[in-house]
Design a protein around this ligand. Structure first.
Ligand SMILES: *Cc1c(COP(=O)(O)O)cnc(C)c1O
Length: 424
């Protein structure tokens, strides 16, 4: 019974070694009361210390003007390098492989320019059916850029009949089947809709064993599950920082390019900030790239968003992504249990389409309601629960280990039950 889960929730929160981090965030208020916030997968909450990090850069700007680029603590000239430590921790990358720059879709386009090089029969891109729209449009536009027919050159991965998520074995088989026509595989690390977490290492390895590059959109993976991009030999990856990384709306994105590609003569779109750092200000003719992922930087870096990003990354370093993942698994398992109880008690017919296996999911659970989905969602909103509705019929919930608690989930279950009862 839901009631029996109550004491478990209170005890679990008390024993939680990461509980202090909840106090490091601002919780929004609705109707004069703090909300139950389950949309860290869409926009992470604001860390309290973000304000002072951003303020510091504003003050440097006021005090030093242009000299802030070189003559201050953390000069702006290479400010982005202070973020590498946190990003390495989250992605399992070497410092040269990872950087904060631009925004996700921009980085995706930039890296597709370098890594999607159709040649002869090998022109096709494999991706998930129903991938995040920006990924679909990016790939569509790349095909057009190369004068290739969109329809004929995208191979979509579909779940089996009657299933909602993809099986690794089926992805592997499909890669094998199309090995002679594939130029690139581009997948989301954690699917935004279903919450499925893919086996990035195994899929990347299979792709490379048939000579195909493999890139990952980690928007829903970074800060959610620990990653080992270097060890998994991932060719390239991109992400945004405003979801699980709590770095603010439209915050600066990130990119990973494996070390093995740094010395190669990959084609890239270039700008002055990707130029060799030591000689950049000689302003010479002829592009000389940095020998790292920083070569893909185009413009001088946006310091205010980077400061917000840094504030949040420092917290991940303090908390440790592996410990966060441990708590996250417990939180999400608890959420699944609470939903199961609601189903049992009032026959709510809620289906969880996210994989049951903990290794195949992160924080998020995606719920499909057999009836009244949108009304249930609105009912939850009226009760100060912030969740997320995705057409046609999914409510996504992401209990985030940095600031969500077991009691949050418990309360959610009680409210959900009442909302459904009131609708019947
Ligand atoms: C959130 C998200 C994006 C957003 O892209 P932006 O360029 O940051 O607007 C892209 N892809 C996926 C898979 C996402 O989840």
């Amino acid at each position: 019974m839901l009631n029996d889960l109550k004491s478990f929730a209170y005890t679990a929160d008390e024993e939680d070694t990461l509980k202090k981090f909840r106090n490091y965030f601002h919780f929004p208020q609705l109707n004069g009361k703090p909300v139950l916030y389950f949309t860290g997968n869409s926009l992470g909450l604001q860390p309290v210390q973000t304000n002072s990090y951003v303020k510091k850069e504003l003050e440097k700007w006021a005090e030093y003007g242009v000299e802030g680029h070189f003559k201050t603590d953390k000069p702006w000239f290479d400010y982005h390098k202070h973020l590498k430590n946190g990003l390495c921790h989250l992605t399992g990358a070497l410092p040269d492989e990872v950087t904060a720059m631009n925004a996700l879709s921009v980085n995706l386009q930039l890296l597709l320019v370098s890594f999607y090089r159709p040649k002869g029969r090998k022109t096709k891109i494999m991706m998930e059916a129903g991938a995040f729209p920006s990924d679909q449009y990016a790939i569509e536009s790349q095909l057009k850029w190369h004068n290739l027919e969109v329809e004929k050159n995208i191979i979509e991965l579909h779940p089996r009949q009657g299933e909602k998520t993809l099986r690794t074995e089926d992805i592997i088989a499909k890669i094998h089947e199309h090995r002679n026509e594939l130029a690139l595989i581009m997948l989301g690390g954690v699917n935004y809709y279903t919450g499925q977490y893919f086996d990035i290492g195994t899929i990347t390895q299979k792709a490379q064993s048939v000579g195909v590059c493999c890139g990952w959109d980690l928007a829903h993976a970074i800060g959610n599950v620990p990653l080992k991009l270097h060890e998994w030999d991932v060719d390239f990856a991109v992400w945004c920082s405003y979801k699980y990384l709590n770095s603010g709306p439209g915050g600066v994105g990130g990119a990973f390019v494996h070390q093995k590609h740094h010395q190669s003569d990959l084609i890239r779109l270039a700008g002055w900030w990707g130029y060799d750092e030591k000689t950049r200000f000689q302003m010479k003719k002829g592009f000389l790239p940095e020998k790292s992922v920083d070569a893909w930087q185009l413009s001088n870096a946006p310091i205010l968003p980077l400061a917000a990003h840094l504030a949040s990354l420092q917290m991940f370093l303090e908390a440790d992504i592996y410990k966060l993942r441990e708590k996250s698994e417990k939180l999400t398992n608890f959420l699944a249990q609470v939903i199961h109880e609601v189903n049992q008690e009032i026959n709510a017919e809620i289906e969880i389409i996210t994989p049951q296996n903990t290794a195949e999911r992160g924080c998020q659970l995606s719920l499909v309601f057999k009836k009244n989905g949108k009304k249930v969602f609105e009912g939850l909103q009226n009760q100060n629960i912030i969740a997320d509705w995705r057409e046609p019929d999914v409510i996504r919930l992401a209990p985030v280990p940095l600031y969500n608690s077991f009691v949050d989930i418990m309360k959610f279950g009680e409210i959900l039950k009442q909302v459904i009862i009131n609708l019947n």
